[in-house]
Design a binder for this molecule. Structure first.
Ligand code: SAM
Length: 266
């Protein structure tokens, strides 16, 4: 059974903290890719599913007053607080609504498509929004690198495995492809993009450390659907959550796969 409802509603009480922790963790990798592409003053940019807006803000600063940034999200409550003259914030569902064709020097998204059962058709739609000669940069998850390091109490490792099994089950029930990031390169190539490049980013982190926050909050938001699977009970899930505050637990993040390419022409 597939429940296509998006799992990480921006209305959740800790949603801003969760997305801000993701930004702290991942912005440096995204910015490295945007700089490699050469985003410059005057560019027209489309940011899909902009979340809390750190990349939209970076793009605004980079393109300056002669440029334009359109930042979309189904829930724009965080984007709405950004204040840049070149920014347009749009409440927009990239699954059901159209995008202008051939309109942007760069179209970017991060950690959005993996959540969408319609990811393949959305990627095609995003590709169509790129101007001839413009760039597509897509950064999505490959969850196969997630792991807990050995060398600690076997009970903690068992708990991690049990919690992550429930998390992965919920993700699949919601139509997520857990290795979408692994498919990205060939998808972008098969859409006709050239000058392809890619970069993957992950790291190790320990419970209670600054980089554990994005994970702890993500898992907390998944608590109810995970317990509803029957794979883990509420007490076990609370103990699983505590692993992300336990400094003896060293874990490895998902791989964020960034792939970019240029649309031929111009
Ligand atoms: C995990 S957050 C990532 C936010 C941001 N891209 C980042 O990496 O910091 C996913 C974002 O995609 C948005 N989103 C989910 N489904 C969407 C859709 N169908 N169309 C546009 N945005 C969507 C969510 O509201 C949320 O803000």
């Amino acid at each position: 059974m597939t429940d296509a409802e998006y799992l990480f509603d921006n209305e959740w009480k800790m949603a801003h903290e969760r997305v801000a922790a993701l930004e702290r963790d991942r912005d440096h990798a995204s910015i490295r890719c945007l700089e490699a592409i050469g985003v410059a003053a005057g560019w027209h940019c489309l940011e899909i599913g902009g979340g809390a807006g750190s990349i939209a803000a970076w793009l605004c600063r980079r393109v300056g007053p002669t440029g334009r940034v359109v930042a979309t999200d189904t829930n724009t409550r965080f984007l709405a607080s950004l204040d840049y003259p070149c920014l347009e914030v749009l409440t927009h569902d990239v699954v059901t609504e159209a995008l202008p064709t051939g309109a942007f020097d760069i179209v970017h998204t991060r950690a959005v498509l993996t959540h969408l059962p319609e990811a393949d058709s959305v990627l095609k739609k995003m590709a169509g929004a790129v101007k001839p000669g413009g760039w597509l940069l897509v950064e999505e998850m490959d969850f196969s690198t997630e792991a807990i390091a050995p060398g600690i109490d076997a009970g903690l490792i068992h708990l991690w495995n049990k919690g992550m099994r429930a998390v992965n089950l919920v993700q699949r029930q919601h139509g997520m492809d857990l290795i979408f990031g692994l498919r990205l390169y060939s998808m972008v190539r098969d859409l006709g993009f050239i000058s392809l490049a890619s970069e993957g980013q992950t790291c190790m982190f320990q419970g209670g450390g600054p980089r554990s926050e994005a994970y702890r909050l993500t898992m907390e938001q998944l608590q109810d659907p995970c317990v509803a699977t029957g794979e883990i009970n509420a007490q076990e899930f609370a103990d699983f959550l505590a692993l992300f505050s336990n400094s003896s637990c060293v874990m490895r993040q998902f791989l964020l796969m960034s792939v970019w390419g240029r649309r031929p022409g111009a």
